[in-house]
Ligand binder design. Structure first.
Ligand SMILES: [Zn+2]
Length: 226
């Protein structure tokens, strides 16, 4: 019986080796994350792992050309103290509010969304590059509306995105176009669906009235797509 167990072990090992060499990197759980490669089966897991590896996380932002400044951790024990966060200086597309303070893995997920969902979908649907992403902000020390629970915004783990501006001047608004049966509505649906593959929590107008005018995107510990 022992030779069977050994044979089983060898087969599993061989399959893992083949998988490691043959599977494209974005589908391969053994490869490090690369923010410039297309979204794959393992992208979300790799993004969440960056939470526990801040040095690798910052290296991945550097490799992708994201510019940021490091904000050191608050002194432990101070009220609402935060770990190390980053101030986003430059991504591919300008944000209307800057600088935005976020955790590294939140910025990594945002970059992948921007690069592999928003920008290609703007080109595909409207034939125009994306000029600006409109946001209500990222870091804010507060509770979830109507609760006593701290919001992911207070951990610099979230961003609220309210709309987009195209290079040709057209404006896409979550509040005005979420239910629109046209290209604007289609863009927002694809942006939302793409965010669900990358962020732990994606909330839009279908979640509740408090999100009628923006997408809430966060990399906290909960998992929701609505
Ligand atoms: Zn929010």
């Amino acid at each position: 019986m022992r030779w069977r167990a050994n044979l089983g072990f060898i087969v599993v090992f061989a399959v893992l080796i083949i998988l490691n060499f043959a599977a494209p990197s974005q589908h391969n759980p053994f490869r490090q994350p690369d923010l410039t490669e297309p979204i794959g089966w393992t992208t979300y897991n790799k993004l969440t792992k960056l939470k526990y590896n801040p040095i690798m996380c910052r290296t991945k932002l550097d490799e992708a050309g994201v510019e940021y400044e490091v904000i050191p951790a608050d002194l432990p024990g101070s009220r609402g103290s935060l770990g190390e966060t980053l101030s986003l200086q430059k991504s591919l597309t300008p944000f209307n509010a800057a600088p935005l303070r976020m955790s590294c893995h939140q910025i990594a997920a945002l970059y992948v969304w921007e690069r592999h969902v928003l920008r290609p979908q703007a080109e595909r649907i409207f034939g125009s590059p994306l000029r600006q992403i409109e946001t209500y902000g990222s870091f804010s020390c507060r509770n979830i509306a109507g609760t006593r629970q701290r919001s992911e915004h207070s951990f610099a783990n979230a961003i609220d995105v309210s709309g987009f501006v195209l290079e040709d001047g057209r404006q896409i608004s979550v509040r005005r176009h979420w239910r629109a049966d046209n290209d604007y509505g289609l863009f927002l649906k694809r942006a939302h669906r793409g965010a669900c593959r990358l962020f732990s929590v994606t909330l839009g107008p279908d979640y509740d009235a408090a999100h009628a005018d923006h997408f809430h995107l966060d990399m906290g510990s909960a998992e929701t797509c609505k």
